[in-house]
Design a protein around this ligand. Sequence first.
Ligand SMILES: [Zn+2]
Length: 230
Amino acid sequence: MLRLSRRAFLRALAGSVVGILAPSRGLAGARTLEVICRRAWGAEEPTGEFRRHRIRRLTVHHSGVVLTDNTEAPARFRSHQASHQARGWPDIAYHLLIDRNGNVYEGRPFRAEPDTATNYDPRGHFTVMCEGNFQEQRPSKLQLAALAGVLAWAVGEYDVGVGTIHGHLEYADTACPGRALQRRLDEVRRMVRDRIRSGGVRLVELCGREGRQRVADIEAGPAEPRFTSS
Ligand SMILES: [Zn+2]
């Protein structure tokens, strides 16, 4: 069943930030994927105005910084946000962030065009960043599963094709999302199709005390996979 806090429900009604889900699409077999709220992972408020955009394609990134100890992931995201805002961007560049254990974190609002330091027009891109440097390490199974999960959600939510899933390096002169992740994208697209065929994915926000507890658990030690059957 759909589990939404009252606050998340009101936000969904208001159409803000995480565009949660259309409740009645007959997704009997839908799996639930939790998204840790910005406040729960310690994100700062945006420092400027966003440009609105309409999502037309789904693009995969890495952070480019090797991550071996997943307890450091939330601090990484805070540091990425700080460095992105220091460049003059209003917020962390990406819409969703995924750590090595497959925990998903809310980035900038989905309605907001992303930012990039590379030479392509990011308008219309829904950007998902996997923490790590996949020129030097491999994505974990949990990270790939969560990536496929959020992309399956986005395919349904924005009515874009699975074929719009690409790596950043297909648009710009960059190594992002790294060789070891880029070469898994065919497999990720297959996982997305499978996920959609078997009922899709629903995103639920993990906010407030629950969200802060989850982040505290992540920072304290190994976390559980975030997929649950509903
Ligand atoms: Zn990138």
